[in-house]
Design a protein around this ligand. Sequence first.
Ligand code: NAG
Ligand code: NAG
Ligand code: NAG
Length: 275
Amino acid sequence: MLLASAAWWFGILYLAFPYVTNGSSESQAGPVGAVIGNDVILPCYLKPIPDNIIVEWTRSDQTSGKVHLFKDGQDSDGDQLPDYRGRTSLFNDQLINGNVSLKLSKVTLSDAADYKCSIPNEEGQKSNIKLLVELAKDELDRVLKELEEARKKKEIIDNENDSLAAEIVDIKKAVLIKSVTKVMLIADLLLQNKSIDEEDHEKIRTAGTRHDQMTQLYQVLDKKGEKAKSAFHMILKEQEPDVLKLDAASTWSRGQITGVIIAVIVAVLTASAVV
Ligand SMILES: *[C@@H]1O[C@H](CO)[C@@H](O)[C@H](O)[C@H]1NC(C)=O
Ligand SMILES: *[C@@H]1O[C@H](CO)[C@@H](O)[C@H](O)[C@H]1NC(C)=O
Ligand SMILES: *[C@@H]1O[C@H](CO)[C@@H](O)[C@H](O)[C@H]1NC(C)=O
């Protein structure tokens, strides 16, 4: 209860000063800001109005349905947009003064819109107001922290992914040395990628036969470590995908199984990061 009224007052604090009309022309007030989950009042003042008046609150992006409709001396929810059910109210004791401000509770992100209050069929009796919705500071901090944690997790997974690729390169060593044909192209790309240096590249180039060059390439990769093997794996996948499909060992290593599990986690993490 205390929390609810605190939230309500917080919502009130976000009110921009209303633009009071003299009742004779259209007006533009606001914008009004609200924090997600809080309540907000959208101010609107029209000409002092008779008892049997109709007051309409609408959204400019919703042509059918009302945000709030007051007629025959009471709220009417027949034509109300579903998203606003049970969340809107007018200040009934204020209507007689032409104060047709709308209280909107439990603000959501999708409430951000241009609103219009009006008395249908009465020329000039309307006013527009924009509602801006934002995250509370602590909520924003929480979201940023989650993103940072997701980024760190992804970094860890990327590293494990490198280990996995390196392991595949190791497992398939014999078959790759035998079958890879574009050795120098791959060496060029590795050099370009800074995974190997000039000196290593030169050793590979001058090694002799294609088979010798591959053997030399493997020596360099063994020296450089997982990141280089991972880059080699990536380049190979682009340049000669078929050789990677050649069987080295018929059973999966523990590392490969771990890799599949990691790939699933990455997919889930990526999906949740997007949300
Ligand atoms: C209109 O009514 C609301 C709700 O009672 C109130 O907060 C606001 O001050 C009123 N405006 C004027 C100008 O009296
Ligand atoms: C992990 O490695 C595999 C195989 O190299 C690759 O297809 C995949 O895109 C990588 N995933 C990530 C998140 O880097
Ligand atoms: C080298 O290539 C790999 C795989 O494409 C990539 O992950 C890495 O960031 C590249 N490194 C550089 C220095 O370009």
